[in-house]
Design a protein around this ligand. Structure first.
Ligand code: NDP
Length: 341
């Protein structure tokens, strides 16, 4: 959009269950003008993340919920259109926390300059390295400290985070077992990502399959889902095993209180270390993670899939693909094209 208008998704009310267009409205507004110390950013890609649904709710959470009436918060990659701040120059590419909008105003906080057009493969860098790659990297390597020969189980294993976790586990010499929601996803993580085994939780008995693929028990669980799948893995955790509690996507649309894991006692019986985490907890280690992730991508060691929908107007429909499993890899919406420098 460049007709002097800016489209912005605003939170109209807190969703109950799956978010719908009763909850968020796409509003056409006047184009914002950057003041002193500000820049105007044109959104190129909007990342769609399970946490968007958390931010729409007022549950106790790790950031402020989005306020009713406010623009919907989102991770974006964009290009600087006008700048009145020395922090960013016109034409530069940026990524970080923004809004679901064609254009956003920023004072630079929460956004990093990543280069000029042509210098970086924006979709890949944004899709893999802005959040999901570091999430996999820190959760597995910093929290779980995998050792060669250990068994790592990953839930939502064919997703953006999960698929990277399994590949890093393999690089560290582990036995990687993924749990995912379709035969196609299971095939992809085995054939392309190198997982040793995959379980389709929709058609197979997860407990029986875990017994088959993890005969030595489970040393590390990288948990993205929660609920009954987590309980099945908990029942098979070894003494002094570790759990990186990354996400609980099976619960984000819940309308009733969710029961706790019935195998909670395993944490005591097997002295399991469980650590919840948010990627930004590791902000100081980002440069090292980014360097390694981009190196692995460049060497072709890290496989990934980008699922890119077109158009800001489709952001909400697209978001809901995360909860029915119809996304194929890192989900994002293309809002505009990168302009030549
Ligand atoms: P994905 O690309 O993994 O997409 C989400 C996937 O979750 C779906 O494709 C679906 O795969 C699976 N899923 C959805 N609902 C259910 C359900 N009820 N039961 C089982 N599986 C389900 O998304 P991301 O990689 O972006 O996120 C994965 C997890 O990581 C989420 O829990 C997210 O909250 C968390 N996360 C945490 C971060 C942190 O800092 N702690 C940062 C980023 C993400 P399938 O077809 O296999 O069912």
């Amino acid at each position: 959009m460049s007709n002097g208008k800016n489209r912005v998704w605003r939170l109209a009310k807190r969703p109950e269950g799956t978010a719908s267009d009763n909850d968020l409205h796409l509003v056409e507004e006047a184009m914002p003008e950057p003041g002193e110390g500000e820049a105007l950013i044109r959104t190129v890609y909007l990342s769609l993340d399970p946490t968007n649904r958390i931010w729409m709710s007022d549950m106790d959470q790790y950031m402020e919920p989005v306020k009713i009436g406010d623009p919907m918060r989102g991770i974006i990659a964009g290009q600087v259109v006008k700048s009145n701040t020395p922090k960013m120059k016109e034409g530069e590419l940026v990524m970080g926390v923004g809004h679901w909008a064609d254009y956003i105003l920023t004072d630079g906080r929460g956004l990093s300059v990543i280069g000029k057009p042509g210098q970086v493969p924006l979709a890949e860098l944004f899709g893999v390295c802005s959040a999901v790659g570091p999430t996999a990297y820190f959760g597995l390597l910093h929290l779980c400290e995998p050792k060669p020969g250990e068994t790592v189980v990953v839930t939502a294993a064919a997703g953006a985070v999960g698929s990277v976790v399994g590949q890093i586990a393999k690089m560290k010499g582990c036995h990687a077992v993924g749990i995912a929601g379709s035969d196609e996803k299971c095939q992809w993580i085995k054939d392309e990502c190198g997982f040793d085994a995959a379980i389709n939780y929709k058609t197979e008995d997860v407990g029986v399959m875990l017994d088959r693929y993890c005969p030595e028990g489970v040393d590390i669980l990288f948990e993205n889902v929660g609920g009954s799948i987590m309980d099945e893995v908990l029942a098979r955790m070894n003494d002094f095993s570790r759990i990186a509690l990354c996400g609980l996507i099976s619960q984000y649309n819940a309308t009733e209180p969710v029961p706790g894991p019935y195998n909670f006692k395993q944490i005591l019986m097997h002295r399991i270390k469980v650590q919840g985490f948010i990627t930004s907890d590791f902000a100081k280690d980002y440069p090292k993670a980014m360097a390694e992730l981009t190196q692995w991508m460049g060497e072709g060691k890290l496989k990934f899939r980008l699922d890119i929908d077109e158009g800001l107007e489709n952001a909400l429909t697209s978001l809901n693909k995360l909860y029915d499993g119809s996304n194929q890899g890192k989900l994002m919406v293309q809002v505009s094209e990168v302009a030549a420098a």
